[in-house]
Design a protein around this ligand. Structure first.
Ligand code: DX5
Ligand code: ZN
Length: 216
């Protein structure tokens, strides 16, 4: 099965965002990946809801919202108001992860849990049946264009095993340093969805790059 491709607009041209959104709309991208940062959970700030309100209006593709913020449960209403398909919260940012996952589902969105590179897959054992997706970070979150952390391929393999063993239906998404080479290895290891920022937007032909990633 072809991987789900979610271009990350963090690497888009913010001065001409509408143009980049049109490219995504024309392309074979499945979702649009949106990175929200607060300067606390991660050492960077990206964009907030007043900006995203307009971004959301520029596409009909499902929005995959990745919150790199503390207390993400405070913003369930705002994410829902964007019309988001998935709401990704970090394992490391939620004291009561089970409750947050339930609240996201009750709000009518698909809940996803994200793990940082240093967070072991084994810690997901008691939540894996409750989530729509696990997002494996293959770089330390906060910036686009970073080098892929090799160990992530092994983590995807481990996660695939955990999902199969527990009868969970969770999808596996990977985010950070994804290109044609790392993407192919991630898909072979069991990834269902790939996020790509710089690989898409730094390319001369972003639409073709999305098609190539989708055909991995
Ligand atoms: C990083 C973000 C990513 C980022 C990926 O913190 O979560 O979604 O946009 O960018 P690339 O694909 O350039 O590593
Ligand atoms: Zn992301």
């Amino acid at each position: 099965m072809k991987p789900i491709i979610a271009p990350s607009i963090l690497s888009a041209d913010f001065a001409h965002l509408a143009k980049d959104m049109e490219m995504i709309n024309r392309s074979e991208a499945d979702w649009v990946h949106i990175d929200v940062m607060d300067g606390v959970f991660v050492p960077n700030i990206s964009f907030g809801f007043p900006v995203l309100k307009f971004v959301a209006e520029l596409t009909d593709k499902p929005l995959d919202v990745h919150l790199m913020i503390v207390n993400p449960e405070k913003f369930i209403h705002e994410v829902k108001a964007l019309g988001a398909h998935t709401m990704n919260v970090h394992f490391e940012a939620c004291t009561h992860l089970h409750r947050v996952i339930q609240q996201i589902r009750e709000a009518g969105m698909e809940p996803a849990v994200t793990i940082n590179p240093a967070t072991p897959v084994a810690l997901l054992k008691d939540i894996i049946r409750d989530v729509y997706m696990v997002l494996v970070m293959s770089v330390n979150p906060g910036f686009g264009g970073q080098a892929f952390i090799e160990h992530s391929v092994e983590k995807v393999r481990e996660l695939r095993k955990l999902i199969d063993e527990t009868g969970s239906k969770a999808l596996i998404e990977v985010d950070g340093g994804v290109n044609l080479e790392t993407g192919a290895r991630l898909v072979a290891a069991g990834a269902d969805a790939l996020v790509a920022g710089s690989a898409v937007f730094a390319n001369q032909d972003p639409e073709q790059m999305i098609r190539n990633l989708r055909n991995l």
